[in-house]
Design a protein around this ligand. Structure first.
Ligand code: ZN
Length: 251
């Protein structure tokens, strides 16, 4: 069964996912990278895109390889992700290490590649009426409603928006204690026999977008924590891992 996402392997070896609904839109390019197809070694093997983890020359090359594979420019707009809910407007490329704090970017400018990093957190790409957004929704950002903030920032009729919720930690692996569970609305934390709770972060984000009027929401069913060959996972590997990227650009 298809969840509306397809994994592709580019000629340069980079493996990435696309949401087929977004792929069909003229003038738009996007992708969610995996850990496969880069040059990093060891625990960062191999498509680690973070300059703060592992060798910066390797990760710089990995970012270029990933952009080439996905078909976007390397005019990257980065964020310094802090697990909050601020969504900024992107009007020019910036440097990864000096990027401003925020967990989402949107733009209506062509030629900019919005760049969001993740390793379990929920990457969300939005498109509507020539506007795009890239959102990083960890559990804190998810609970606090960053998906809604992004949609508001874009100022597009939600019924015209297509949302792609990419690969991230699934409810199978996102087990939390009561302190985390209490941040979510009733019904989302599912009690487990060991006293913890399972939460479906993809569903929380999707429901928020649907509540605001988004009709077309695609949810990748793969779990970053379950599939160690394909994805980095913070919950599985702690800090001994790289980062993946969600990218989207108007061409
Ligand atoms: Zn899992």
């Amino acid at each position: 069964m298809s969840d509306g996402f397809v994994t592709k392997t580019a000629e340069n070896g980079v493996k990435y996912l696309v949401c087929t609904a977004l792929e069909g839109i003229a003038g738009l390019a996007h992708g969610f990278t995996t850990r496969i197809g880069g040059v990093s070694e060891g625990v960062f093997s191999s498509l680690n895109i973070s300059p703060t983890r592992g060798d910066p020359a390797d990760t710089s090359l990995n970012r270029r390889l990933a952009a080439e594979a996905i078909g976007v420019s390397d005019n990257f707009c980065f964020t310094r992700q802090v697990h909050k809910t601020l969504v900024r407007y992107a009007d020019e490329p910036n440097d990864y290490l000096s990027a401003e704090e925020c967990d989402g970017l949107w733009t209506d400018r062509r030629g900019l590649t919005l760049f969001s990093v993740y390793a379990d957190c929920v990457p969300i790409l939005l498109y509507g009426r020539g506007r795009i957004a890239a959102v990083h929704a960890g559990w804190r950002g998810t609970a606090a409603g960053i998906a809604k903030n992004a949609l508001r920032a874009m100022e597009v009729d939600p019924s015209e928006v297509i949302a792609a919720i990419g690969p991230c930690i699934g409810r199978c692996c996102f087990m939390v204690h009561g302190d985390v569970a209490s941040a979510f609305d009733e019904g989302y934390p599912i009690p487990q026999s060991d006293g913890r709770y399972s939460i479906d972060l993809k569903a929380v984000n999707a429901d928020m977008l649907a509540d605001m009027g988004v009709r077309e929401i695609h949810i990748c069913q793969e779990c970053t924590c379950c599939d160690g060959a394909k994805y980095y996972s913070h919950r599985r590997d702690g800090d001994a891992r790289g980062l993946m990227a969600a990218m989207i650009a108007l061409k």
